[in-house]
Design a protein around this ligand. Structure first.
Ligand code: AMP
Length: 212
């Protein structure tokens, strides 16, 4: 495959998940969101799910090795181009991704830059449809029927860790851990930056140019 694997970097609420979904439906990439994989473990009340729930509810990071195993079990890079969304979260994970998943397969990291104040507003208004994976925003992308997913009709949820106090902690964790990740990809000349504070349609147009 000639297209590089895509690694989306950015704070919670920077729009990575929304854009990943659009890229998947337009170009057929595989999509790996470690947050989604972990939430699925919680939903099925697996041993792993029970172990990580309180960590996730507090907005802290789950153990690197645990997330790496989950990631590896859910992607097959032999014939697919993936979008990695939510991994890596720190310098160690960037190295793990290279050594145990990519193993030399070309990749491009895209950093979604957004102002933190804007993020708080975005996330506290975010609503999620767990089954269809659709993401809504009560200000900018309202569902047609209040509280229901346009695609599946299921009830929308407000993630426990999308409440303001937890969001603030998640942003603190992000600020403390992202710098080595950016440095890692900069040093490999694999990093591009994107102004993700703009409306989703505009960001998507830029993104398409970046991956061409
Ligand atoms: P997200 O959906 O990407 O915002 O992730 C939600 C939560 O899942 C995070 O706040 C972490 O607790 C956990 N999580 C997701 N991805 C990772 C990762 N790569 N490393 C550690 N924890 C993660």
């Amino acid at each position: 495959m000639s297209k590089p694997q895509l690694i989306l970097l950015g704070a919670p609420g920077s729009g990575k998940g929304t854009q990943a979904k659009r890229l998947v439906s337009e170009f057929g990439f595989g999509h790996i969101s470690t947050g989604d994989l972990l939430r699925a473990e919680i939903a099925k009340a697996s041993e792993l799910g029970k172990k990580v729930k309180s960590i996730m509810d507090a907005g802290e990071l789950v153990n690197d090795q645990v997330v790496l195993e989950l990631l590896n079990a859910n992607c097959d890079l032999t014939n697919n181009v993936y979008i990695f969304d939510g991994f890596p979260r720190n310098g160690e994970q960037a190295a793990l991704l290279e050594d145990f998943v990519l193993k030399g397969i070309p990749a491009k990291a895209i950093y979604f830059k957004v102002d933190f104040e804007q993020i708080i507003e975005r996330i506290t208004n975010r609503r999620l449809a767990p089954k269809s994976g659709e993401i809504y925003n009560l200000l900018t992308r309202k569902p047609k029927v209040d509280g229901k997913c346009d695609v599946s009709g299921e009830d929308l949820i407000h993630r426990d860790d999308d409440k303001e106090e937890v969001v603030r902690n998640r942003l603190e964790v992000f600020k403390k851990t992202i710098e080595p990740v950016l440095e890692y990809y900069k040093s490999k000349t694999q990093l591009v930056e994107l102004d993700a504070s703009r409306p989703a349609d505009v960001v998507f147009e830029d993104l398409k140019k970046l991956i061409d």
